[in-house]
Design a protein around this ligand. Structure first.
Ligand SMILES: [Zn+2]
Length: 96
């Protein structure tokens, strides 16, 4: 008899200050990675899927992000310009 299944792991990667797409507050968001691993006889063998999401600590809204976004978000949040709107195009100053 073979016993197999999946097991989920949740990693908190960073806490970022982002403008929430739902409540509109510049609130702290947790950046999380969820890894689902295939298990055989309760031993995790290899990851099946890896998903990234941010969650607003203010209203609890969760937003899925791609791996590329997850890689870039901490760089944005750690820099000096942390008040950049999240998910909106950045406006370039016009030179006259
Ligand atoms: Zn929110």
């Amino acid at each position: 008899m073979i016993i197999f299944g999946t097991k989920g792991y949740l990693y908190q990667l960073a806490i970022l200050t982002l403008v929430c797409g739902r409540c509109g507050n510049p609130a702290a968001h947790t950046l999380r990675k969820r890894v689902t691993k295939f298990t055989l006889f309760f031993v995790p063998l290899f990851p099946i899927s890896t998903k990234y999401a941010t969650q607003c600590t203010f209203c609890g809204a969760e937003q899925k992000v791609t791996r590329e976004q997850a890689d870039q978000l901490p760089a944005q949040g750690a820099g000096p310009g942390t008040d950049q709107p999240y998910g909106r195009p950045q406006q370039q100053p016009h030179q006259h």
